[in-house]
Design a protein around this ligand. Sequence first.
Ligand SMILES: [Zn+2]
Length: 83
Amino acid sequence: MAKVMIYKRLTLRCWKCKKTYSHYEEVDAEKKLKVTCPHCGAEAVVDFAPYRKEKKIVMRSASSGKKTVISYDLPETLETNEF
Ligand SMILES: [Zn+2]
């Protein structure tokens, strides 16, 4: 299955100083995103797995069969976790 890259402008909240910052990043539930807070320099990780939504779509033509579409239902501000 071809992998679709999803890039989003994310708003992240630092787990340490609680300030928010934005980050343009690939959203991928299979790996955790590592970020560094620009305010306090704390390293953080973001897990996209809880926001991953999988949808099965039945294609019109029989030859293409079913297609799985991955999307991410992300909150406006994502919480980060201590690295
Ligand atoms: Zn911070």
